[in-house]
Design a binder for this molecule. Structure first.
Ligand SMILES: Nc1ncnc2c1ncn2[C@@H]1O[C@H](COP(=O)(O)OP(=O)(O)OP(=O)(O)O)[C@@H](O)[C@H]1O
Ligand SMILES: [Mg+2]
Length: 367
């Protein structure tokens, strides 16, 4: 998948204009607060996702304007296609190949994009919830049945938790808990199995990229960490039986706490560099490199699942990386379209091919 043209009108601080990107590496550079992230965010929104900065739609429209329009021409599924989003105050209009769509979600899967922004460092730095969110989003992109399994699991979990809180006042409800326990184990096993499968493949691919970034100095391992021992994780049925047993064992505790203590909602990803936990022992540069390797591996798995090469957006990744790691990112890994934003002119000089765009006070120009 290659973006051949991006047009923007009334979007953030950007002056109305367009860019014609290279099919390989595109470096977007400029000093702070000029509009680099805004440009990358524009591409990201056209993939049908919500802003990676957590912004509201109304914040995307340029101050003093009534609407913002993003339009993209891209080559995918062997043909040139286009997509457009019009942000009006309070609503959005979407068109794909000139045809009006009911919702922005129609764009999902049309233009596949993977983004790394400094916020994604939370994947290593923050608690397990961020890591679970990452795997859930990543699997949803390539396996729609996962989204359904996860949402069913979450519903059962919420119902079981509500029941746990009710039982102390209504002891007659205790008998019904068995049904919820069983459903929780069945759905929990299915979610766990799909996550394990994804993480195994992600880990294999991320390990290779990380070897490249670190010049073979660092061995990256990602493991899915859950209550079920590894020996029982090879089939969904074994996980279900193990979860069932543990849920039963913890019932008294759960009733006391009014909360379900066992299941994939408590699982985590273990991210290790040379066998040490990246969160506790990783340096800033190592943490950044390892999230990058994971993000590029995510793109690789999207490609395998959809046969479409996702566009990769790397916002502000080069800071904190030494010159060799920057060199690897700019020139060695990409057989796909990438947009990298950075501030330092020195990084730009390391780019051997591709195209450069300078962003100055919202004006985006070929450099
Ligand atoms: N809706 C809007 N209308 C006008 N300007 C906006 C709007 N939203 C954001 N901006 C401005 O856009 C400017 C550029 O933001 P952006 O995050 O793209 O900068 P950047 O070039 O990525 O900088 P940095 O190097 O610091 O990350 C900010 O100063 C912000 O105030
Ligand atoms: Mg920025």
């Amino acid at each position: 998948m290659i973006i051949t043209k991006l047009q923007f009108e009334g979007f953030r601080n950007l002056d109305d204009g367009e860019i014609l990107p290279d099919s390989g590496v595109n470096v977007v550079f400029g000093t702070n607060a000029q509009g680099k992230t805004n440009l990358l965010e524009g591409i990201w929104l056209l993939s049908g996702n919500k802003s990676f900065r957590g912004s509201r739609d109304s914040e995307l429209i340029k101050f003093g304007k009534d609407y913002a329009r993003l339009k993209i021409d891209f080559f995918a599924e062997d043909r040139v296609q286009n997509a457009e989003i019009l942000f009006l105050k309070g609503k959005k209009e979407v068109k794909i190949n000139g045809v009006k769509k009911n919702s922005v979600s129609a764009l999902i899967g049309k233009l596949c994009v993977v983004v790394f922004s400094p916020e994604h460092l939370s994947l290593v730095k923050s608690g397990p919830a961020e890591r679970r969110k990452f795997i859930d989003n990543a699997i949803c992109q390539i396996k729609p049945s996962y989204g359904e399994a996860l949402s069913n699991y979450n519903k059962i979990l919420a119902q079981r938790n509500a029941l746990l809180k009710d039982i102390p006042m209504h002891s007659e409800l205790l008998d019904t808990l068995d049904i919820w326990d069983y459903r929780l184990a069945v759905l929990g096993a299915s979610v766990t199995r799909m996550r394990i499968n994804y993480v195994e493949r992600l880990s294999e691919s991320a390990k290779i990229y990380h070897m490249g970034i670190s010049e073979s100095m660092e061995d990256l391992d990602i493991n899915y960490s859950c209550i079920t021992p590894k020996d029982y994780c090879s089939s969904g049925m074994q996980i279900r039986d193990y979860l069932s047993e543990k849920i039963r064992e913890n019932r008294t505790e759960d009733l006391k706490d009014g909360y379900t203590s066992i299941g994939p909602h408590r699982d985590d990803l273990e991210i290790l560099i040379n066998g040490e936990n990246a969160r506790t022992f990783g340096s800033q540069g190592q943490q950044r490199s390892c999230v990058l390797s994971i993000k590029i591996a995510e793109a690789e798995l999207i490609k395998i699942a959809t046969s479409q090469e996702p566009v990769v957006l790397l916002d502000d990744v080069l800071s904190e990386l030494d010159s060799k790691r920057q060199e690897f990112l700019l020139n060695k890994i990409f057989d796909r379209q990438v947009f990298i934003s950075c501030c330092e002119a020195a990084s730009v000089e390391r780019l051997k091919g591709g195209r450069l765009f300078e962003v100055k006070k919202g004006v985006v120009k070929n450099y």
